[in-house]
Design a protein around this ligand. Structure first.
Ligand code: OOG
Ligand code: NI
Length: 461
């Protein structure tokens, strides 16, 4: 077989993620500071935990530990979302999950474009949480029409980017040279524009309707609004942010610190206020500001089953009902205590989590044990012939962790929107169905059990 003339989608994604990181560090200097802090904390954590270092060395590339895991954008129109799906497909990123953020008082619904499959995730896990603005949730009809017209006028993809996507779809990939051009052209879509595309009065009206509406409608493109490296010790980074001159949000979102990490813990520094110029009717520029962009960190644990997720949601709500974290951090310690107390009910032992059906696991044959046979996975585990490892959660928790959204929209007015889930409408705009994340993890688990049983049955024949 002759070698493929194309650069792999995984390699294109890795190049894109690296280019985006460099651009964002340049655009938001505080993000560069956060990256440096994350690298220092990760290094210190590895130095003090040799067992962790050894296990990461065996399973991952240590040099890449501190690289970005995700970013987020907000789109304005269905056409933008449909095109974005095609762009991400070139990089091996598929829509996984549906998130109705109106439940958290934010007028968007979303999916995550991400690599699917172990090889792709290991090569480069970069995901983009992608939201589509729900203009139908703007109550003022006049403002809604103006917002629609403003968005209809913008073109967020360059002609060259569109042509390269067409080419990739037609030919089945991009050459090394075309992939380089693709990264450059697509990166432009995510760039910050300090000149707004609306005047100050319209910006103010959009902002009054919801800060996020102003963030999407007022600009020429969907600037990347945060990037998120992985940290090996999220509590340490949270504690050390102030010493580097960056202001962390009040509390770490998600579950408490545990021996067996579950789902996703994340925190961020507060969005920075940036200078923006607004054109007036004579084309003269007026100065103002906009607050939207921040830096985040994440630490991931096991993917939970629907049963585990229900328990997680219950315990989180219970903790928040006991102590509602104040935006100024004044009750952060009390919240931490309430969270830990509430989660005492969630088993903190891998086998207990597994036996209670709370999490997804990958089962593999442990070759060291000879002679075990059978078709019952539990007895094979008991005999030591099959081992199990947690499947890492690769998705998001934006509704439970609405704190990330809220704290970066400003702590003051919490604007409320309520609406029913609208996944079908979202998928119609997207031009594809999203992958259901629970079914996906369940499928990985099921396949791993079948592989074990097939291997051990063959052995006994
Ligand atoms: C996306 C927020 C969701 C996360 O980590 O939960 C997200 C946004 O602010 O646009 O990135
Ligand atoms: Ni995020």
């Amino acid at each position: 077989m002759s070698p493929s003339p194309f650069l792999s989608p995984d390699a294109i994604r890795a190049a894109f993620s690296a280019a985006m990181s460099a651009m964002y560090r340049d655009e938001v200097p505080a993000y560069g500071t956060l990256m440096a802090l994350v690298a220092d904390v990760n290094e210190a954590t590895l130095a003090s935990q040799p067992a962790l270092r050894a296990s990461l060395e065996a399973t991952e590339t240590l040099a890449r530990i501190s690289e970005e895991r995700h970013g987020a954008i907000r789109l304005g129109t269905e056409a933008e979302l449909a095109m974005m799906r095609r762009v991400f497909a070139v990089m091996g990123m598929l829509p996984v999950g549906y998130y109705d953020l109106s439940e958290a008082g934010v007028p968007v619904h979303s999916t995550a474009f991400r690599p699917v499959g172990e090889t792709a995730l290991n090569f480069n896990p970069f995901r983009v949480f992608t939201s589509l603005l729900r203009l139908d949730l703007i109550a003022d009809e006049g403002l809604r029409a103006t917002a629609e017209q403003t968005l209809a006028r913008r073109q967020i993809f360059s002609d060259a980017a569109v042509a390269l996507v067409d080419k990739a779809e037609r030919d089945g990939g991009l050459s090394q040279e075309d992939a380089g051009l693709f990264v450059t052209e697509v990166l432009d879509t995510f760039r910050w524009h300090s000149e707004a595309s609306v005047d100050r009065a319209l910006y103010a009206r959009l902002h009054d309707a919801h800060r996020l509406i102003a963030d999407v409608v007022s600009f020429k493109g969907p600037h990347i609004n945060h990037l998120t490296p992985r940290t090996l010790d999220i509590d340490a980074v949270q504690d050390q942010m102030p010493s580097r001159g960056i202001v962390p949000k009040a509390v770490v979102e998600g579950p408490p610190s545990r021996a067996c990490p579950i789902l996703l813990r994340q925190t961020s520094f507060k969005a920075v206020e940036e200078r923006v110029s607004f054109p007036d009717e004579n084309g003269k520029l007026q100065t103002g500001s906009h607050t939207a962009r921040f830096g985040e960190i994440e630490q991931r644990g096991i993917a939970l089953t629907p049963k585990g997720r229900t328990l997680y949601d219950k315990l989180l709500n219970q903790a928040r009902a006991a102590v509602r974290p104040a935006p100024d951090g004044s009750n952060a310690d009390a919240y931490r205590v309430a969270l830990t107390r509430s989660f005492a009910e969630f088993p903190d032992d891998w086998n207990a989590i597994r036996r209670a059906g709370l999490g997804y696991f990958l089962y593999t044959v442990d070759d060291a044990v000879a002679g075990a046979r059978g078709s019952d996975i539990e007895s094979l585990i008991a005999a030591g012939a099959v081992r199990f490892d947690a499947i890492v959660y690769e998705d998001f928790l934006p509704v439970s962790a609405a704190g990330i959204f809220q704290s970066n929209l400003g702590d003051d007015a919490v604007q409320e929107f309520t609406a029913s889930p609208n996944q079908r409408l979202f998928e119609k705009a997207l031009g594809a169905a999203v992958l259901n994340e629970f079914e996906h993890y369940a499928g990985i688990e099921r396949a791993s059990i079948e592989r074990c049983l097939a291997a051990l049955k063959a052995f006994s024949d």
